[in-house]
Design a protein around this ligand. Structure first.
Ligand code: DQA
Length: 147
C-alpha cells in the first residue's frame, strides 16, 4: 500500500462550469471520486488538495515529504507556465510526480507551451479532458507496482 497525492492548482475547483469546451463537464469532485476508486481498488491511499494560491501548493508539497507520499499527480494549472517556486519545491522533496493537464497545452496559446515542470516530471499527460487524471493514476499505479 502506498500514499499518493493529487494536487490541483488555481481555478480547477471550478471544473464542470469553467470553459467546458476546453476542460469538460466533470466536476473536480467527480474526477477525484473516480481516482479514489482506482487507488482503493489497488489498496493505495489517496489524498487530494486543491489550492488557488502558490503558497498552499508549496506547503502541500513540503507536507507530502513529511507524510511519506510516494508519488504526486499534479495539475499546476496556470502555475505550469509561471512558477519556479513550485518547481523548486518538487526538486527539494524529490518525490516523483506526473504532470497532468485536461487540455492539450501545446495546441493552445503560445504562452502555454512552456511548462516549468515537464523536464523534471516522470511524464506528462495532456489533452484527454478528465480522463487525463485517470490515465495518470494508471501510470502511477504501474510505477508503484514496479517498486
Ligand atoms: C490546465 C492548462 C493551463 O494552461 C490552464 O492555466 C489551466 C488548466 C489544464 O488542465 O489543461 O488552468 O492546466
Amino acid at each position: 500500500m502506498a500514499k499518493l497525492l493529487v494536487l490541483n492548482g488555481p481555478n480547477l475547483n471550478l471544473l464542470g462550469n469553467r470553459e467546458t469546451d476546453l476542460y469538460g463537464s466533470s466536476t473536480l469532485n467527480e474526477i477525484i471520486a473516480s481516482m479514489e476508486k482506482q487507488a482503493h481498488d489497488m489498496q493505495h491511499e489517496l489524498q487530494h488538495i486543491q489550492d488557488n494560491a502558490e503558497v498552499g501548493l508549496i506547503d502541500a508539497i513540503h507536507q507530502a515529504k513529511h507524510n511519506n507520499v510516494q508519488i504526486i499527480i499534479f495539475n499546476p494549472a496556470a502555475f505550469t507556465h509561471t512558477s519556479i517556486a513550485l518547481r523548486d519545491a518538487l526538486l527539494a522533496v524529490a518525490i516523483p510526480f506526473i504532470e497532468v493537464h485536461l487540455s492539450n497545452i501545446d495546441q493552445r496559446e503560445s504562452f502555454r507551451k512552456n511548462s516549468f515542470f515537464s523536464d523534471i516530471a516522470m511524464g506528462v499527460i495532456s489533452g484527454f479532458g478528465p480522463q487525463s487524471y485517470q490515465l495518470a493514476m494508471q501510470a502511477a499505479i504501474a510505477h508503484l507496482f514496479q517498486q
